[in-house]
Design a protein around this ligand. Structure first.
Ligand code: HEC
Length: 214
């Protein structure tokens, strides 16, 4: 039999020492095999459409399943209140909530903001929106903020999923308002920030008016 080289014996005793130490630290249960770390993703993610199209063709229509579920319409027939009643009605809300919670993560895949050539309402004297290039620059300068807006929308989607389990129409009405705010919070940051400045100015004016009257 070949004698172990000095390195091999050193390694062997080292391993032995590690074995003794870990046995001393852990309880008497035999250590379970460590599972291989899961891959970050199961495959590549490739975008198909721009942010704008994703909004129009997925996020916006799916959010209507939530927004339209609880409504009060005052019309010719008087006050008509709508709320989910059947399993099918609640199923529709669930589709909306899953699409919000899962679908909004698609905004984490780098993709064009708008189809090529589209400038939004970003030119001319009445320009009130950022151009897609400006939106992209803003996003890339601070991806943490972009992600925070995404997570905020996801959280309300998750909340609505819980409400669907409880079938609580009143809570769903309130959640719809929070969902609307989560949409607006991102739009005010990235799409039409002028309106944000305007609202801040209004807030300040209200505050200073409040002080003046006190
Ligand atoms: C993380 C950010 C973010 C969130 C959250 C978000 N949006 Fe958007 N949305 C955008 C951006 C950015 C644009 C502007 C894209 C463009 O037109 O250049 C946009 C544009 C839109 C548009 C206009 C598309 C067009 O044709 O001009 C609609 C409609 C829309 N969003 C609906 C929604 C709704 C409804 C929600 C919530 C359920 C929502 N969005 C949540 C980022 C967001």
């Amino acid at each position: 039999m070949r004698r172990p080289t000095p390195l091999e014996s050193a390694l062997g005793s080292g391993l032995f020492l590690v074995g003794v130490l870990s046995a001393a630290c852990s309880s008497s249960t035999p250590s379970a095999p460590i599972p291989a770390p899961a891959p970050a993703l199961w495959g590549d993610l490739k975008p198909v459409v721009s942010v704008k199209e994703l909004m129009n063709d997925m996020i916006d229509p799916a959010s209507d399943n939530i927004f339209n579920a609880v409504r009060t319409v005052i019309g010719e027939k008087g006050i008509v209140e709508t709320e989910p009643k059947t399993d099918e009605d609640w199923g529709k809300v669930r589709i909306g909530a899953v699409t919000m919670a899962e679908g909004i993560y698609l905004l984490k895949i780098p993709r064009p903001i708008a189809p090529p050539g589209e400038l939004n309402n970003s030119v001319g004297p009445d320009a009130s929106e950022l151009a897609p290039d400006q939106i992209k620059a803003k996003l890339e300068a601070d991806p943490v903020l972009w992600n925070a807006k995404i997570e905020a929308l996801r959280n309300i989607g998750l909340e609505i999923l819980e409400i669907v389990k409880r079938k609580d129409a009143r809570e769903l009405g309130d959640a719809g308002e929070i969902l609307d705010q989560a949409c607006e919070n991102c739009h005010l940051e990235y799409w039409y920030p002028d309106e944000k400045d305007l609202m801040k100015k209004l807030d300040r004016r209200l505050l200073s008016d409040g002080k003046a009257t006190r």
